[in-house]
Design a protein around this ligand. Structure first.
Ligand SMILES: Cc1cc2nc3c(=O)[nH]c(=O)nc-3n(C[C@H](O)[C@H](O)[C@H](O)COP(=O)(O)OP(=O)(O)OC[C@H]3O[C@@H](n4cnc5c(N)ncnc54)[C@H](O)[C@@H]3O)c2cc1C
Length: 498
């Protein structure tokens, strides 16, 4: 069955004679039914979850239409022309780690792995400028980070002993159903103020984007094991060397070469299931789309809005109940253009202040001007500040780490507040994360918030896309594996991880 719209003439993409006529809102979506017997899928939402599901399904031989309400791909991890500064900026710096095997697998599928810059070291800077570098050494994991931790001036000996105690305890896997919060666990393991403020808050704030008392221990343990214990490769940090939407540019040709397409500026409002023909009709603000399967790859709040516009189903109430338990956390980024270079570092972790991370975009993305991006995670207070106050605070703090800021002239600045950046992972959250199998026939759920075992990250989004694609293939009796395997622990962790 192909794509079609109700009661309209047929149109095969690419044939000049029957291209949609001006004013014909529905003809845009027509594909000649008779000429195609491939199964069709409508993927709703072109964030990393939707894009990865779409590409995997196209690879499996489905004709896929990827539908996105915005005018560009990427969702919460995207770039756009900021009207205030006239520059293309990422909505926020997005980092990945070596352990993000599905995200890397997605990049491999669309041929962009060479656009990721990897680094092993993390420079921590204290107000005043003293630097400590965390990173791997010649020692086997999980000891590979130990020499640099011992040398790090940012931590007192008491902090280091406390961190060593915590890492040793985390060698034993934490049961997934543990209901302890990270905050309580840190108290139980007698972590010092320095270890909490300069390690746990910073690392967890960045990776899980929440206060330590609102993080379920299994998620924190997962981050620590992957980033600091399993292997140096798993903990390596990756950053795109091009704006994010440019990174996804190959997605459209990838789908088109396999008979699919991308529909931007197409806002989905509901969908109907026709039992007799086993077809979904997806209603958008600009017309209707039909397909054999649907993948809903939306954030939880957009999924919630769609629920009343899906067919009645016994399981819909349970899904609504799960969504009601989800909560957002904000992330802010301050983009600054100076008249001179303020640091030679590519990136740094900034200690003891509201601003957490500095990314030197001039160096990372080879941007001409002196462009610095600051990221503030897991703080609702900074997100609530008025624009001018937030920028003034960021600049004041930046000067404490990089004195050249005081002499430099600020040429332009943009503040991006993403109030709904990530979902929280408090104790008990797993019960509120639905599986990719939905209560509706031939309809699958994806999105970073579905049951992947990962926190709100691009890796979780892509995993959900791969899981949805696998489940969909299974429905028609195809066994396909899209989920990329986790990196195997190395060194001593090979034995400990067992
Ligand atoms: C500021 C910020 C910083 C972050 N930093 C990191 C980081 O460093 N590393 C990391 O791994 N993760 C990071 N994240 C999290 C990461 O961006 C998300 O986990 C991931 O991008 C989610 O992808 P998704 O596809 O599940 O959802 P989304 O990206 O939200 O995609 C959903 C898509 O659906 C579209 N849509 C919504 N409603 C409709 C509709 N009705 N019809 C059609 N389309 C619709 C949206 O426009 C969107 O494009 C960050 C997020 C933010 C916001």
């Amino acid at each position: 069955m192909g794509w079609r719209t109700s009661g309209a003439q047929s149109w095969e993409s690419g044939t000049e004679s029957n291209k949609p006529r001006r004013g014909d809102r529905t003809a845009h979506f027509l594909i000649d039914l008779a000429k195609n017997s491939q199964k069709t899928v409508t993927v709703i939402g072109a964030g990393v979850a939707g894009m990865s599901a779409a590409c995997a399904l196209a690879e499996a031989g489905f004709r896929v239409q990827l539908v996105e309400r915005r005018g560009y791909l990427g969702g919460r991890a995207s770039s756009y022309l900021h009207p205030g500064v006239g520059e293309v900026i990422d909505n926020c710096q997005h980092v990945l780690f070596g352990c993000c095997t599905n995200l890397v697998g997605f990049y491999r599928r669309i041929g962009v792995t060479d656009k990721i810059h990897w680094t092993a070291d993390m420079t921590m800077i204290e107000p005043g400028g003293r630097r400590s570098v965390l990173g791997p050494s010649f020692l086997p994991s999980p000891l590979h980070g130990l020499p640099n931790l011992i040398r790090a001036g940012a931590f007192t000996w008491a902090d280091k002993v406390a961190l060593g105690r915590a890492f040793t305890a985390l060698m034993k896997p934490v049961p997934r159903d543990s209901t302890e919060s990270l905050g309580d666990w840190l108290k139980r393991h007698k972590q010092t103020c320095g270890a909490v403020d300069r390690f746990w808050r910073l690392v967890i704030a960045s990776a899980l984007n929440a206060e330590i008392d609102e993080i379920a221990l299994p998620y924190a343990a997962k981050v620590i094991r992957e980033l600091f214990m399993n292997s140096a490769e798993a903990g390596a940090m990756g950053m795109s060397t091009v704006p994010l939407s440019e990174l996804y540019a190959p997605v459209a040709p990838y789908l088109e070469e396999r008979g699919g397409r991308v529909l931007l500026n197409t806002h989905v409002e509901g969908a109907e299931w026709e039992e007799e023909t086993s077809q979904w009709t997806v209603h958008t603000r600009t017309g209707v789309l039909m397909s054999d399967f649907v993948v809903v790859a939306l954030p939880f709040e957009a999924t919630e809005k769609l629920l009343p516009h899906l067919p009645p189903s016994d399981g819909a109430g349970e899904l609504a109940r799960q969504i009601a338990q989800q909560e957002h956390w904000p992330i802010c980024s301050v983009h600054l253009w100076f008249d001179r270079e303020i640091t030679e570092l590519e990136h740094a972790v900034l200690l003891d202040r509201e601003i957490h991370w500095m990314y030197n975009q001039s160096r990372l993305q080879g941007r001409g001007a002196h462009y610095i991006e600051l990221v503030v995670s897991a703080t609702r207070t900074f997100a609530a500040l008025p624009r001018d106050e937030a920028i003034a605070q960021a600049l004041r703090e930046l000067a404490e780490f990089f004195p050249r800021v005081k002499e430099a002239k600020l040429e332009k600045v943009a503040l991006v507040k993403e109030v709904r950046a990530t979902f929280g992972v408090p104790p008990g959250i797993d019960a509120a994360r639905p599986s990719t199998i939905s209560p509706w026939p031939n309809l699958y759920l994806a999105g970073d918030w579905v049951q992947t075992g990962w926190p709100s990250t691009m890796e979780s989004g892509v995993r959900s896309g791969h899981l949805a694609a696998e489940a969909l293939c299974k429905t028609i009796g195809q066994t396909r594996t899209f989920l990329d395997a986790d990196l195997k622990p190395t060194g001593l962790m090979r034995f400990i991880a067992r």
